[in-house]
Write a new protein. Structure first.
Length: 259
């Protein structure tokens, strides 16, 4: 299976290249220079089309990956990149595009209880089994320009799927960090381990052709997770294995808010 990864020089792209290269034939591109990655501006339809042609799937990671990025940055980069990749996939008859969306599409729910307390690490009086999990079918509530750009990216994916028959899979990725463990209270809920990340993307790549469009949360099986991954299991076959709680005893700031 031939897979193009855009934005392949970032943390997630690097992990996918290292861990999935034995299962898939990967072509890696990014605007940044890095060994094993071809320098490509994915905002150019002519350039992207050259690399998209002949691929079985595209994993689109190309973006300004900063939740605090201003609108000017995300509109010029994130929106333009996903629009270009989808159009190139359509023009070159690529059957599947996996879009790296973000949990920030629904980030404002974290201003409401009980999610506000959970991400702050304040668990008194809370039972994780009783917390309503935020589902992919809940109304979008982006928490800033970055989240808005990802929400619009998901909408573009839906349009290209409905209009051109491309299988589009949007993954609302949780927290993936270099440490591969929680570094603050919120991440006990939001951590997506490196192993679970790679398994999720592999499941998205190999999902049945009947999956024509879908939105899925990417998060490990954390005791305090706040997002629902049931459809990722039933439709993609993804089963998270890790739980951020396993790091609780060694985390010295587990009861302090992220701020």
């Amino acid at each position: 299976m031939k897979v193009l990864i855009t934005g392949a020089a970032g943390l997630i792209g690097t992990l996918l290249r290292e861990r999935l290269s034995a299962r898939f034939e990967i072509c890696a591109v990014d605007l940044k220079r890095q060994p094993g990655v071809r320098r490509v501006d994915t905002r150019s339809i002519e350039t992207v089309s050259k690399y998209v042609a002949g691929m079985d799937a595209v994993v689109d990671l190309a973006a300004v990956a900063n939740a605090d990025a201003p609108w000017e940055a995300v509109s010029a980069n994130n929106l333009r990149a996903v629009a270009t990749v989808l159009e190139a996939a359509h023009l070159n008859a690529v059957p599947r595009v996996i879009f790296a969306s973000s949990n920030h599409v629904t980030g404002l729910y974290e201003e409401d209880e009980p999610y506000r307390s959970v991400v702050a690490g304040r668990y008194d009086g809370l039972d994780p089994a009783q917390i309503p999990l935020i589902g992919p079918d809940w109304p979008m509530r982006p928490d800033g320009p970055y989240g808005m750009s990802k929400a619009l990216g998901e909408a573009m994916c839906r349009t290209y799927s409905a209009s051109y028959g491309i299988s589009t899979i949007s993954l609302r990725i949780g927290t993936v960090n270099p440490a591969d463990r929680p570094t603050g209270p919120r991440e006990f809920a939001t951590l997506l381990s490196h192993d679970d990340l790679c398994e999720l993307v592999a499941c998205a790549l190999t999902a049945p052709a009947s999956v024509q469009h879908g939105i899925y949360y990417g998060v490990s099986s954390n005791t305090w997770r706040i997002w629902d991954t049931a459809n990722a299991t039933s439709e993609l076959g993804f089963v998270a294995r890790d739980d951020a709680e396993s790091f609780r005893a060694t985390h010295g700031a587990s009861s302090v808010s992220d701020g």
